[in-house]
Design a protein around this ligand. Structure first.
Ligand code: HSE
Length: 309
């Protein structure tokens, strides 16, 4: 392949209780990218969206991920990447991870799949480091592995893909920007033991709920006593959204990644649509612009196909 099209899925990191370790890929929205392999070393980037993201590969999340891949390859190759971001930066929907993971997945296809998924996570984490100051893989892993993933450890990398029952995901993205780096800085560095106990009970419960397809257990475990109480103050309407969506029948939900997007899980599509209605009413009343999605978990993750060159 000389040129590929890439559909780089959005993702919901943390899944409420699993800060930096759990994440799921969404079917919608997704960034669209095209990529070609060149003999001329170096990375060139073109943006087709209006976000004004940096073109210098050293300052671009896709760029630094590709530079890490090229360094590992030890061959003189270059890539040209065209990016059309449909996942708004600063949305909490894994926008930077989509760019970084999408770019390395595309590069790998162009190189005849020489790298493992684990290698690709390692390269793409350089993008997350650039974006948020910290390497974390909870948005990248679901993009590259598909579905829902547990990042048990990043050093050494230990990623587990989880099975899960059918679920609908409703997302509201209030159009305010929350930078992941800021949303990380406000977190406390220490956790009380009683909170840690509650949190790891929830993480284990959520993972078991997914594996055993136990909806009630999933719902009960979607609780975060450590990060959500601090971060939710950055999101107007958060408490109302949670209360009203649960009353409308959602299993549970919370902040998507570092916010401001909020996600809710439902068993049935009609509940997911009712949840969307509640979200719309809340943000319309608050006078805050918003965008909603009713979507599914993307089982395959990032999609790479051959393009006409
Ligand atoms: N786990 C990260 C955080 C995800 O919550 O800061 C950022 O999208």
């Amino acid at each position: 392949m000389k040129k590929v099209n890439i559909l780089a899925t959005a993702s919901v990191a943390n899944l409420v209780c699993g800060f930096d370790v759990l994440g799921m890929a969404l079917a919608d929205p997704a960034d669209r990218m095209t990529m070609s392999l060149t003999d001329r070393p170096g990375i060139t980037i073109t943006h087709e969206d209006g976000y004004g993201l940096p073109l210098d590969p050293e300052k671009n999340v896709a760029g630094v991920a590709l530079l890490a891949l090229v360094e590992d390859l030890k061959e003189k190759v270059g890539f040209h990447v065209t990016v059309n971001k449909l996942i708004k930066p600063g949305s909490g929907l894994g926008s930077s991870a989509a760019s970084a993971a999408g770019a390395v997945a595309g590069a790998n296809a162009l190189l005849g799949n020489r790298f493992s998924n684990e290698d690709l996570v390692r390269f793409a984490m350089m993008g997350e480091k650039l974006a948020s100051g910290v390497k974390h893989a909870d948005n990248i892993a679901p993009g590259l592995y598909g579905g829902i993933t547990l990042v048990r450890s990043i050093l050494p990398l230990d990623i587990v893909r989880l099975s899960f029952p059918p679920l609908y995901v409703t997302v509201v993205h209030p159009q305010i920007e929350v930078k992941t780096s800021d949303a990380r800085q406000i977190l406390r560095n220490q956790v009380q033991l009683k909170d840690a106990i509650r949190q790891w009970g929830n993480i284990a419960g959520l993972v078991t709920g997914f594996l055993q397809k136990d909806y009630a257990l999933i719902g009960r475990s979607l609780e975060d006593v450590i990060v959500e109480p601090v971060r939710s103050i950055l999101i107007p309407g958060f408490v109302d959204v949670k209360q009203r969506c649960m009353a409308a029948g959602a299993l549970g939900g919370g902040i998507s990644g570092s916010g401001p997007s909020i996600f809710m899980l439902s068993i049935e599509e009609r509940t997911a649509l009712k949840v969307e209605q509640e979200m719309k009413e809340i943000y319309s009343a608050l006078g805050i612009e918003f965008r909603t999605y009713v979507t599914r978990i993307c089982d395959k993750g990032i999609k790479v196909t051959e393009a006409d060159s």
